[in-house]
Design a protein around this ligand. Structure first.
Ligand SMILES: [Zn+2]
Length: 339
């Protein structure tokens, strides 16, 4: 009889501490299983004197029933609790405001590049692209750049191999050579793309974008170049802006010019932005050097042409008054959001 009491107490203590279905299962086996405590008590029945058997039997049965009942109750309790906690964890407040997704837009450089391309497309130019990994031949030799020219220096150009002369193009001019070599004039193209130079400061990046233009035809003169640049400048910077050509030198053009636009901040009077000159340099240009024509197999007596090249980042800086070119690739959203 004491054993029955103790078994119940022990069971109650264990069930009290059980907090999951697995624990309940273990307890059930421990008490009601084939080798369980209650089962052992049942077996004990046959060893008792006849007169004690009914009372002992009743007590064990009662114990068995209460254990079953308690196990059942505890089982339900745990299932309920598990559901509760699951509901609590998966609770969804439909009144909460949704996660706001910011809307992106094209990078300023992509947009300015597109604008530049559009100006020339309306003038009937064709867009041509070429490889960013070039050879010394296309990047320098075919463009009349002498062996001693400083642009060829390892300090200025990224060579991939000095043995076979592969390099990252330092301008998009090789595209002009490639185009002339495989097609006959007249030609009217722009070549936009990435170019690489060993430079890094407020006005230079090791990788930037260029748009170069080339027109080859009969009777093409500096007047055509000037007219084209005037149109380009007014389209990009506004109708009131003036253009000025200043003599310069590039190996692949003769004569060569630096192209200036009147300062948009002071209107040409002179201010800090334009270095008190009233003018801002925007690109290089010139008439195609006859040596370049000879290299690609065009007769310089028959054909003339002009070429120009500009940095897209530089145009964007001037158009939007950005004073540090490094802001463009840094991609700080606070900067990009302003455009
Ligand atoms: Zn100015």
């Amino acid at each position: 009889m004491d054993e029955i009491e103790r078994t119940l107490e022990e069971f109650e203590h264990e069930i009290e501490n059980a907090d999951n279905l697995e624990a309940i299962k273990v307890i059930r086996v421990k008490y009601l299983g084939k080798k369980g405590k209650v089962t052992a008590l049942m077996r004990h029945l046959k060893d008792l004197p006849k007169e004690e058997k009914p009372i002992f039997g009743q007590k064990v049965n009662k114990l068995k029933n209460s254990i079953e009942e308690i196990l059942e109750k505890k089982h339900e309790e745990i299932i309920f609790k598990e559901k509760e906690s699951k509901f609590e964890k998966e609770r969804l407040d439909v009144t909460l405001p949704g996660a706001r997704k910011t809307l992106g837009h094209r990078h300023l450089i992509s947009r300015v590049l597109q604008e530049i391309e559009d100006v020339f497309l309306t003038l009937g130019y064709e867009i041509v692209e070429g490889p960013e990994i070039e050879t010394e031949y296309y990047n320098f030799d075919a463009l009349n750049t002498p062996e001693w020219h400083p642009a060829r220096d390892l300090h200025d150009t990224f060579y991939i191999s000095t043995k076979d002369g592969t390099l990252l193009r330092s301008h998009t001019s090789p595209v002009q050579v490639r185009t002339m070599k495989k097609s006959k004039p007249p030609i009217k193209i722009i070549a936009p793309g990435k170019v690489y130079r060993k430079d890094y400061d407020v006005t230079h990046l090791p990788m930037f974008h260029q748009v170069e233009g080339l027109v080859v035809g009969k009777g093409i003169s500096v007047a055509h170049l000037k007219g084209t640049l005037d149109y380009f400048v007014r389209s990009i910077f506004g109708p009131g802006r003036k253009t000025r050509l200043v003599p310069s030198f590039f190996p692949f053009t003769e004569p060569s010019f630096e192209v200036y636009v009147s300062c948009g901040i002071c209107g040409g009077k002179g201010c800090k932005s334009c270095g008190f000159t009233g003018w801002l340099e925007i690109m290089g240009a010139g008439m195609v050097d006859p040596n370049v024509f000879e290299e690609v197999g065009y007769d310089p007596e028959e054909w003339t042409g002009f070429a120009f090249g500009m940095g897209v980042e530089r145009i964007a800086m001037l158009k939007y008054n950005v004073d540090d070119i490094r802001l463009f690739p840094r991609n700080d959203v606070r900067f990009l959001e302003q455009f």
